[in-house]
Design a protein around this ligand. Structure first.
Ligand code: APR
Length: 175
């Protein structure tokens, strides 16, 4: 199956998406927060926080998997994006690791369909075009080497993010 057909784009709320796993843009404590982290915890219910407490946190760039509880998704993959501080503190590598490690965990847990938010593009202030480029590039590279996940959907909250991802997907599709 050509990679382009396995990667799609959606504008909306990731907590509503019917996939095997949704990815959370968490912080290193894994104990919830605002943005998509807050939305996912609110939708999943308090059992999610109870399971996260046991995990003992997550370093930036790494990923952890939990149940989805009251979410439509069976799993939540929590990954911690880098805070943008100008681009000279390994931000691109750390953001790339978020996508690689989330996709690796999904593959290991036989996840077939996965949804990503725009990691680090909110509170963490990552420039949207650069972040979308990393997201699309790393996802295409992973899917080229792996049968699972079968499909990836980028769930964009708002027009600006959606437009950026659409541009980057268009560029990748033409390569
Ligand atoms: N569905 C999809 N995307 C969403 C949703 C949602 N329900 N809510 C917010 N977003 C989008 C934001 O608009 C942004 O484009 O998710 C992207 C990531 O933004 P943040 O949630 O602010 O995450 P991030 O920039 O990675 O910062 C992480 O914020 O919420 C805290 O605990 C979290 O400390 C961590 C930090």
């Amino acid at each position: 199956m050509p990679i382009q057909t396995r990667v799609t784009l959606l504008e909306g709320d990731i907590t509503k998406v019917q996939v095997d796993a949704i990815v959370n843009a968490a912080n290193t404590s894994l104990l919830g927060g605002g943005g998509v982290d807050g939305a996912i915890h609110r939708a999943a219910g308090r059992e999610l926080l109870a399971e996260c407490r046991i995990l003992g946190g997550c370093p930036t760039g790494e990923a952890r998997i939990t149940g989805g509880y009251r979410l439509p998704a069976k799993h939540v993959i929590h990954t911690v994006g880098p805070v943008w501080t100008g681009g000279n503190h390994q931000e691109p590598e750390l953001l790339a690791n978020c996508y690689r490690n989330s996709l690796r965990l999904a593959c290991e847990h036989r996840v077939r369909t996965i949804a990503f938010p725009a990691i680090s593009c909110g509170v963490y202030g990552y420039p949207i075009d650069e972040a979308a480029q990393i997201a699309v590039h790393e996802t295409f590279a992973f899917l080229k080497q792996n049968e699972l996940p079968e499909s990836v959907v980028f769930v964009c909250f708002g027009r600006e993010i959606y437009a950026a991802y659409r541009r980057k997907l268009g560029e990748a599709g033409n390569q």
